[in-house]
Every structure is written in structure tokens, then in C-alpha cells.
Ligand binder design. Sequence first.
Ligand code: FES
Length: 165
Amino acid sequence: MSGPNRISRRDFMTATTALIGGFIAVVLGVPSVAYLIDPARKSGGKEAWVPIGKLKDIPVGTPAPFSFTVTRVNGWERTSTTYSGFILRSSNDPKDVLILSSRCTHLGCRVNWHDESQTYQCPCHDARFNKLGGVISGPPPRPLDRFAVFNVDADGNVVILVKES
Ligand code: FES
């Protein structure tokens, strides 16, 4: 039997396959997209106070190195960032503290403190910074970055505020 409104077996199979395929795409596709997007929606706004050294153990006048790693968990993704720098006390006043990043402001190599010359030196392109982080020589475009938000907690730890980025 055939008539003007009848569809062929081939057309019926094609239409049915497309319908089932579309249904599977909707059922399986939407949750996987939501899973991928969801962690991104949850991120942001986190910050933590991180102890970097006991104030009483940091000598006045000599930069004391510190280093720590923060691991951020965003859904299935873990990202670790290592921070390092120097704590400089200029007097016995607990507020008289300068906290510098050891990341060179040229291309990001780690600077080292040299007692003899009283400078931070970058091994990559021979830059030198003074004790307060100012550029003495070399290609860096600006002084060493500072951890500007810090405090001394009840246990005498110098703590700095690290924000999620
Ligand atoms: S990275 Fe420090 S001088 Fe180039």
C-alpha cells in the first residue's frame, strides 16, 4: 500500500534515529555541561591568613626568607602556587615590618639576599634590588612587590592575606 501521506521505511528510520539521538544528547549533554561549568560558578571570594614566621625569631635588620604553597581546589582541578619572599623588620615595633616577594619584577626569577652587598640579586639577568626592594640596577621595571596586608596573630606569627586568584 502506498499513498501521498505515507513515508518510506528509510525516512521513518532516519527520523526515528534523529529523534533518539537528540534525546540522548539532551539527557547526557546537559548534565555534563553543568558539571563543567558548576565549579567555575562556585569559585571566587576565598582568602586565607597564612603564617610565614614567628615575629620573635625574625632578626631586626636582616631579611628573613619564607616560602609556602597554597593549593586551590576547584571541582576536579587542583592548582598549587608557591609564594616566597623576605620579611624585614626595621625595629622592634611589631608593625615595623616589610614583606617583599622574591619574584623578580623583570621575568619572574627568584631573587636571593646577599649579606655582603646588602642587596637582593636576581640570577637570571643580574638585577640588584636594595634592602627595601627598590631597583638598583638591571632590567626590572619596578621594585619588588610587597605583601601589603599582614598582621601578627595571637600566637606571635606574622600572617599575610592570600586571596584566591
Ligand atoms: S628575571 Fe630578574 S633580571 Fe630578569
